[in-house]
Design a protein around this ligand. Structure first.
Ligand SMILES: [Ca+2]
Ligand SMILES: [Ca+2]
Ligand SMILES: [Ca+2]
Length: 364
């Protein structure tokens, strides 16, 4: 999914493209470059690291010159506002010119004339890093035509960074968007940390006589497919947690993970499905392998809890898992299950909700 460019006034006469989603002020995307971080903020324990992805969006025509296509250049923390105890690095074969990471921007998008480039960035907080909230400013610009030239366009994107003391590993909420106050991240299996992803759901306020368990919004399970009803029986949401980031903080201690989620559903008659499940799945290897590993059911360990729910009642589903040696990430999976009638079209779930999830490390 292409990040939505900000709706800003043109800095120069560059390109004009129609974009959806920005309202009346957004008739044109007149920037040459824009950028977003995913996730937009991260928590890093002192003595640990976390990886984020910077996605740069470029207007194709404005990068082309008589001398060839210009690259984009990225400088993290250009004014050195971060303390020395917080450092960054990038992975992959990236050239560095005058302190800028220089990368080509030519991965096509579904929007004509817009391309993207991505940079995987690792944030490291040393054991000396002070706890607190930080902002990681990042300058993204078009490569200047010559060393003396100004860049054609530039932008600053900010990453939120929360540094937590190593001792805070126990009890800190590991999930992003645990209470579904924010939208989920769309369809399909997740490929990165930062939120829930999966089958068709919606974020709703009080409806059908059921109020959220916490906050003002809750998750509604809509269908077992990513776009609608199918002959399958589980409407699933997954979230990846990078437990590897806590290795240093948890070294030498005995612990397990406790996951939980509240579930509720209406009574729409005898055909109303009743079952909800939560699973914790531990994996080794890189997070980007999750879809493959999940499809092959090659997790290191899984723990499941299930409930035959009572209507119009919030019920807590809890599950615990001790990550086996070698675990690098854990996935929390929640789902509503068609245990009464497997509809293959039409309405699969009459009114089935989840809210107020949690995943924490607990000392044994
Ligand atoms: Ca909520
Ligand atoms: Ca079905
Ligand atoms: Ca059903």
């Amino acid at each position: 999914m292409r990040p939505t460019p900000s709706c800003r006034a043109p800095l120069a006469v560059l390109v004009s493209l129609t974009l959806a989603g920005c309202g009346e002020v957004a008739e044109s995307f007149a920037r040459t470059v824009d950028a977003t971080y995913s996730p937009s903020s991260v928590t890093v324990f002192a003595g640990s690291s976390e990886q984020v992805t910077l996605t740069v969006t470029c207007a194709d025509g404005a990068l082309d010159t008589a001398f060839g296509r210009l690259n984009v250049e990225i400088k993290i923390d250009p004014d050195n506002t971060l303390p020395a105890s917080i450092t960054t690095s990038v992975s992959g074969d990236v050239s560095v010119v005058d302190g800028f990471y220089r990368i080509p921007c030519r991965t096509p998008t579904s929007t004509p004339n817009l391309s993207t480039a991505t940079l995987e960035i690792t944030l490291v907080a040393s054991t000396a890093a002070s706890s607190g909230s930080y902002v990681v400013p990042t300058l993204v610009r078009v490569e200047p035509l010559t060393a003396d030239d100004e860049s054609r366009d530039s932008t600053i994107v900010e990453l939120g960074l929360e540094v937590v003391p190593a001792s805070g590993a126990f009890g800190t909420e590991l999930l992003a968007n645990p209470s579904f106050e924010l939208p989920t991240l769309g369809s399909g299996l997740p490929t990165a940390i930062g939120g829930w992803k999966g089958d068709l759901t919606s974020g709703v306020q009080t409806e059908n006589g059921i109020a959220p368990h916490e906050g003002s919004r809750m998750l509604r399970f809509v269908a077992t497919g990513s776009v609608g009803s199918t002959n399958t029986v589980a409407s699933q949401q997954w979230q990846i947690v990078n437990t590897n980031a806590y290795t240093t903080a948890l070294a030498g201690q005995a612990y397990h993970l406790e996951g939980s989620v509240w579930v509720n559903r209406i009574d729409a008659g005898v055909s109303t499905d009743r079952r909800f499940d939560v699973r914790l799945l531990a994996f080794d290897g890189p997070i980007t392998d999750f879809a493959t590993r999940f499809a092959a059911a090659t997790w290191l360990e899984a723990q499941t809890a299930s409930v035959d729910s009572v209507s119009d009642t919030w019920q807590l589903l809890s599950v615990s898992l001790t990550p086996p040696a070698g675990t690098t990430y854990v996935v929390m999976e929640i789902y509503a299950f068609e245990d009464v009638v497997n509809d293959s079209d039409g309405t699969e779930f009459a009114g089935h909700y989840a809210d107020d999830a949690s995943l924490v490390f607990v000392a044994d």
